[in-house]
Design a protein around this ligand. Structure first.
Ligand code: NAD
Ligand code: MG
Ligand code: MG
Ligand code: MG
Ligand code: MG
Ligand code: MG
Length: 339
């Protein structure tokens, strides 16, 4: 069995006397910086001027430029958008790294695909919470945490593992469980999960269900509640008690439908496509195309994003959600990723 680390397994001294630079103050950045600070860690936030900078100041942090934060700190956690990391690393972080510093990430993309090549005199590790940044913050405030993976890529100090675990504990993840992985495994499984299941698989499933009902003449509002809104209630049950727990709560009619129709939706062809998606991730094809898409200023990303926003499910969803203000939570207060 894989070892799972909890609070009691973690040696906190690894972060004592060290300053942590949180680079970027978006979804992950704000959560890491606030949680670290409330855990007693000395934090400096490094971010460019703009909304994120202002937000970090309002949250009470010491906020400086990326280069200045990297200079001041011994642990530099890079929480910039993946596609910006290479440029910012080369222009503002690389020259600030000193012997024995730690260069850290929340996702292995840039190290694994050789976009960031770290010098040999620093530790390199990742602590990747397995959840959105807003939940990393919200669960911490609730006394809980989001599970995380950690991985060591380079260990010059001999303490990289202790530092990574102390970091994971300070953001609240060791309350939920921390697992050791490699940069390769974290990068490939994270990309696969978000593409095939969590984000890509889910949005395509919801849209296909919604469109099937609407095209058959049913009311879009009914289709929205059935295929999107109710999803959260089902997922919450799976989160709390697994698939069997969810099935216990639904009617036997729903459960029988699950058994006979689920495999007709996600059939062997879908699984074959998943294998192809995984192959493109493993070969670096997906990474290369995403890097080139960014170099070209995102023509396809923007075109698809605009047409997706115009989908009927967004129009009807907005109307219905406006009547349910209670479904919106705190994440709206946090600056958007583009800030
Ligand atoms: P984000 O887009 O929410 O935030 C990025 C931050 O970087 C913003 O504060 C932005 O102002 C700042 N920034 C952007 N360009 C900059 C520049 N050139 N110079 C200085 N600052 C700049 O990013 P995120 O979603 O939190 O992702 C950060 C990292 O965490 C990524 O490696 C991502 O894969 C990883 N991660 C994210 C999540 C998530 O919940 N979003 C989950 C797990 C891991
Ligand atoms: Mg430094
Ligand atoms: Mg992920
Ligand atoms: Mg990801
Ligand atoms: Mg029902
Ligand atoms: Mg039942």
């Amino acid at each position: 069995m894989t070892k799972v680390y909890y609070n009691g397994d973690v040696n906190e001294v690894a972060l004592k006397g060290k300053k942590v630079a949180v680079i970027g103050y978006g979804s992950q950045g704000h959560a890491h910086a606030l949680n670290l600070k409330e855990s007693g860690v000395d934090v400096v936030v490094g971010v460019r001027q703009g909304k994120s900078f202002q937000k970090a100041v309002e949250d009470g942090h010491q906020v400086v430029s990326v280069a200045e934060a990297a200079e001041q700190a011994e642990v530099i956690m890079v929480l910039l958008p993946d596609e910006q990391q290479q440029k910012v690393y080369e222009e503002e972080i690389r020259d600030a790294l000193k012997d024995g510093d730690s260069l850290a990430f929340a996702h292995g993309f840039n190290i694994h695909f050789n976009q960031v090549v770290a010098p040999e005199n620093v530790d390199v590790f990742l602590v990747a919470p397995k959840g959105p940044g807003h939940l990393v913050r919200r669960t911490f405030e609730d006394g809980a945490g989001v599970p995380a993976l950690f991985a060591i890529y380079q260990d010059v100090s001999g303490e990289a593992k202790d530092t990574a675990l102390a970091y994971a504990k300070a953001i609240g993840s060791a309350r939920a469980g921390v697992l050791e992985t490699t940069f390769k495994e974290e990068t490939e499984t994270d990309l696969f999960g978000e593409q095939a299941v969590l984000c890509g698989g889910l949005t395509s499933l919801v849209k296909a269900g919604f469109e099937t009902l609407v095209e058959a003449g049913y009311q879009p509002e009914v289709a929205y509640f059935e295929c999107l809104h109710e999803l959260k209630l089902i997922v919450d049950l799976m989160y709390e008690d697994g698939m069997a727990g969810m099935r216990y709560s639904i009617s036997d009619t729903a459960q029988w439908g699950d058994f006979v129709s689920g495999p007709r939706v996600v059939d062997e062809r879908v699984k074959q496509s998943m294998k192809e998606i995984l192959t493109d991730i493993q070969s670096g094809k997906f990474a290369k195309e995403w890097i080139l898409e960014n170099k070209a200023n995102r023509p396809q990303f923007n075109a698809i994003n605009n047409s997706e926003k115009e989908h009927q499910i967004e129009e009807v969803g907005k109307k219905l959600r406006d009547m349910m203000p209670f479904v919106k939570r705190k994440q709206k207060e946090v600056v958007s990723a583009s800030a």
